[in-house]
Every structure is written in C-alpha cells, then in structure tokens.
Design a protein around this ligand. Structure first.
Ligand code: PLP
Length: 488
C-alpha cells in the first residue's frame, strides 16, 4: 500500500478517549456486506488531541466570522445568532429524538412545532402554516405548488403565468419555471417600485400569481401594495410574498394584511440560524384558508380527548404530498421558536425598528461620498452604486475586496441587477452605533483611496491569509481539497 505523508503525523501518537462500548462486540463481517469491510487500517494522521485542536482552531481563524467581524451582508447571509438558541436546540430532549419514534413519545416536539406554526401565523397574518421545506427556494416551490393545486382543483387550467418584477431575487423566476409556470417580468418604475401600469398590462386570464417581496430587494417599501393586491385579485390571480428576509417588517406590518395569499419565511435568516457557510436551513410557508387543503402532509394538529394532545395528520386527500423527509429540519425549528420566545412580540417589533434605523443611519453617513440608488428612506437595507468610483477606475468588486483588509466582510455586490456597480448594505439590528461608525469611516477611507492611491484598492486584499484570487480559475478549477503527498 502507498504511504501517505502528513506534516504533523508521528507514528503511534494518539489520544484514547473513547470508553469501552456498552454493547457486546459484534462480528463486523456479519453486519457489513463483504467488499465494504476494510482489510487494512486507514492511513489517518496520527496526532495528539492538542495537536488536532490547534490545527482546527488555526484553520477556523483563516475564515471571516460573525463572532469576530462585521458582515454588512445582513440577515440575508449572516446576522448574529444568539447563543441561547443553540443551547435550546442542544437540549437532550430535542437533540436525541429519532424521527421514527412513536407519537406518544414525541409530544413535546410536536407541541413545539404546533406553537411555532401559531407564532408564525400571527407574525405573517395568514392562518395555515407548514414547516416542512428545507430552505427559502424550497418554500417558494411549495407555495407555488399550492397555487397550482388550487387552480387545478377549480378546473382553471388556463392560469399558467407568474409575474415577477425585475428587482426579484433570482430564485423567484427560477421557482416559477420549476413549478411549471411561464414567467413574465415587469419593469420597476423610476422610484424602484412596482409599476402599476406595467402590472395592468401583464395581468390577464392566464395570470396565476405575482411574486413580490416587500420591502423589495432595493430595500424600498412598496407603497402601492394595496393597489397592487386589488389589481391582481380582480384579475383572478393570487399574491405570493417572498418573506425570505423578514427583518424589516416583523411586528410592524403583516403580509396577510397587505393582501398576500401565501408567504414563505427563511427561518435561517431573520429567525437566527447561522447559514453563511451553507449550513442547513428551514422554511415556513403560511397561506390563506383557500390554500390550506393543499399543504404538504403530514400536518401537526391538536387533538381533544384521547391520550395524545398533538398528532400528525396524514389523512389529507388534496395535499401536494411530502416535500421533505420527516417533518423538516427540526433543530432549526427549535432555534426559531427560541428566538421568537426570547424576543416576544415587543422584542420582534424592536428588532425591525433597529434594523431600519441602522440602515438609514449608514445610508445617510455614506450618501455624500457614494451614489445612493434611491433617495427615499429605506427599510432594513439600502443600495449604493459605485459609478462615481468606477469613473476613477476602481470597480465595486475591488472596493469589496479592499474591505477585507479592514476585517470587514464585503456586502452583496452587483445585485440587484437594475443598479450599476451595486453594493447592497444590510447592517442588521444587532450592530452597535460604534461598529456602524467604524464601517462608515472605512468606506470613506476607501473612497478617498480611489482618488489618491487607487492601486491599493485595485490590488486588495493584502492582509488576508489568501490574497487576490484568480476568480475565473477559482470558479472553473476550484481546488477545494488538501491531499497528503505519497511517499516514494
Ligand atoms: C435568501 C433569499 C431567497 C432564497 O432562500 P434560500 O434559503 O437561500 O433558498 C429567496 N428570496 C430572497 C429575497 C432571499 O433573500
């Protein structure tokens, strides 16, 4: 067998920490099919516990993380997640559950799901909720399948189009297409909002739904939402609310009250689960009563009489079926419920107010040196355009990289597509004024550099563990894996 070389490995070095197994030793060859059983021990690195700890902690320091640095990417990618939520999800009674356990043994878990559904129903203002989808785009698909099933149940098969504005998140048109609809895009007006004339022209007997997010991806509140909902409903269509990010409106205004019929919420965004590194997500979909019969099954329901207080209802003939194994990503749902309980109604409302205040504060501080895409007050995020700096020969991508030298993660760049050289900034509610002031200072310094020493910005980052990457090469031939050398 070839001999592998690990820099830190020393033959025979190890840490024995595993206790003797509490079950009788089994003959492995009887449990695992022949051919899968290893005949020669794996060539693993041989290190002590301390060496392993140091190695992984050092690696973790190479990454930017919310515990050490600011992310102006906001709740959409990484806002601060209170540690108490992780502690709650780690409680043995939740953590050690098996999804195949009988209902009478998991009453507490079912109760939590039921109560979380109720909280979300109150926050969204729509009566029925499922917690099954695994993430935002998956929730969108679930929501559109509900709409499709609804029209099919009425024999209305002509409604084949879904309208999306040009500021929509990319998942919206993709979801509509995946759910079997034709996508019609409408342009925004010069205020960055839905153009009601363009909407009227797009509506017709073929309209199934419009997908909107409010505030939209420019961080602007759709002031004419009540006109929009009236127009769509009069045309016989339904309204889908992309509530991936609810940071701006929790406790202040409800999608159900704005006339939306179905809405998804990314519980791994506003409701605090870390997901910047691509960890698991969870999504709630809330809908009006006309869509309720089509919800994925099983549905958690409360029962009266009998031994169990909660049950999983599988007997739903009109259901679109299952969209996820078991009942969703339960650990994330526990975190979301802990977040809701820890804040309470008043606290959630305050989260939104603080998120809006922080965004507007930064927007004003930066507006003298950077072009602001839209002048009106923003909600939880705002969009700058780097066109002025671009004229000096420095792009938004280069400024984003320069931020890394100051220990700040880059904001979302080049989105929304309707703003040239876009930088979308979402500070979130958890950042203190001092951090916002520091970020503004850094941004103003970078602006100054684009005039006085543009090469510093063009060649950034220089302080990070890895410098400027060849992005085309990194995308085409990513080198994501370390492999040990082979001794000759
Ligand atoms: C993040 C986001 C999505 C997609 O959510 P995923 O969990 O990444 O699938 C959809 N719409 C908006 C507005 C988002 O911010």
């Amino acid at each position: 067998m070839e001999k592998l070389i690990y820099e830190k490995s020393q033959a025979g070095r190890r840490t024995e920490i595993l206790p003797k197994p509490g079950v009788p030793a089994q003959d492995i060859s009887k449990l695992i099919p022949k051919g899968y059983v290893r005949e020669i021990a794996a060539a693993l690195p041989e290190v002590s516990e301390l060496e392993a700890v140091r190695h992984f902690v050092k690696l973790s320091h190479l990454n930017h993380c919310i515990d050490t640095g600011f992310y102006p990417l906001g709740s959409c990618t990484m806002k601060y997640n209170p540690k108490i939520n992780d502690a709650m999800a780690s409680l043995e009674g939740f953590r050690e559950l098996h999804p195949n356990q009988p209902e009478d043994q998991v009453q507490g878990a079912l109760e939590l799901l039921y109560l979380l559904q109720q909280s979300i129903s109150n926050i969204i203002g729509l009566p029925a909720v499922t917690l099954q989808p695994a993430a935002g785009a998956h929730g969108e698909l679930t929501g559109l399948l509900l709409i499709r099933a609804y029209f099919e149940s009425k024999g209305d098969t002509k409604r084949r189009t879904v309208i999306v504005p040009d500021t929509a998140h990319g998942t919206n048109p993709a979801t509509a297409a995946l759910a079997g609809f034709d996508v019609v895009e409408i342009k925004s007006n010069d205020k960055g909002l839905v153009d009601t004339e363009a909407l009227k022209a797009a509506l017709g007997p073929d309209t199934a739904a419009i997908m909107l997010t409010n505030p939209n991806t420019l961080g602007l509140f759709e002031e004419e939402i009540m006109t929009v909902q009236k127009l769509v409903h009069e045309a016989g269509g339904l309204l889908y609310y992309d509530g991936a990010n609810l940071n701006a409106i929790m406790g202040l205004v409800r999608p159900g009250d704005m006339g939306f019929d179905v809405c998804h919420l990314n519980l791994h965004k506003t409701f605090s689960t870390p997901h910047g590194g691509g960890g698991p997500g969870a999504c709630a979909v809330a809908c009006r009563d006309i869509l309720e019969p089509f919800l994925p099954k099983p549905v958690v329901t409360k029962v009266t009489g009998g031994q169990n207080k909660f049950t999983l209802d599988w007997d739903r003939s009109q259901s679109i079926g299952k969209v996820k194994g078991f009942y969703g990503n339960f650990g994330i749902l526990v975190r979301a419920y802990a977040y809701v309980l820890a804040h309470g109604k008043g606290g959630l409302c305050q989260v939104s107010r603080d998120a809006i205040l922080n965004a507007n504060y930064l927007k004003v501080k930066l507006s003298r040196n950077f072009v602001v895409a839209h002048d009106q007050a923003c909600m939880h995020e705002f969009v700058l355009s780097g066109v002025r700096q671009k004229e000096r020969g420095v792009s938004t991508a280069q400024m984003a990289k320069r931020l890394l030298d100051f220990g700040v993660h880059a904001p979302t760049v080049y989105f929304p597509l309707v703003v040239p050289e876009a930088m979308m900034i979402e500070p979130t509610e958890t950042e203190a004024k001092e951090m916002l002031d520091r970020f503004a200072e850094i941004m103003l310094q970078i602006d100054k550099e684009t005039i006085e020493s543009p090469d510093i910005v063009r060649h950034a980052p220089t302080n990070t563990p890895v410098g400027k990457l060849d992005e085309a090469l990194a995308a085409r031939k990513p080198n994501l894996r370390w492999s040990p050398a082979v001794a000759d």
